[in-house]
Design a protein. Sequence first.
Length: 90
Amino acid sequence: MKKLITYIVIIAIFITGGTALTGCYVSSKVANKSGAQLWGENCNRCHNAPGPGEFNNDNWDIIGTHMQIRANLTKTEVDKITEFLKSANN
């Protein structure tokens, strides 16, 4: 029975890509990218990304939270992207 449970856990980790184990880890690829780079790479994948001046800072926070869930972005990615988008409003 213990072997069966062990196999099930290993299969679950394999299927989820190990995100349960590395979900809080920020890869060096993400850590070294600017918000502008992440915005260009991620936001145009699914739609025409709005420009930095199209929304106010409060709206960018809301949009960032929504897209974190919708586009499966990490908190670090969202923080960098929203920081970049907000910088146009200052």
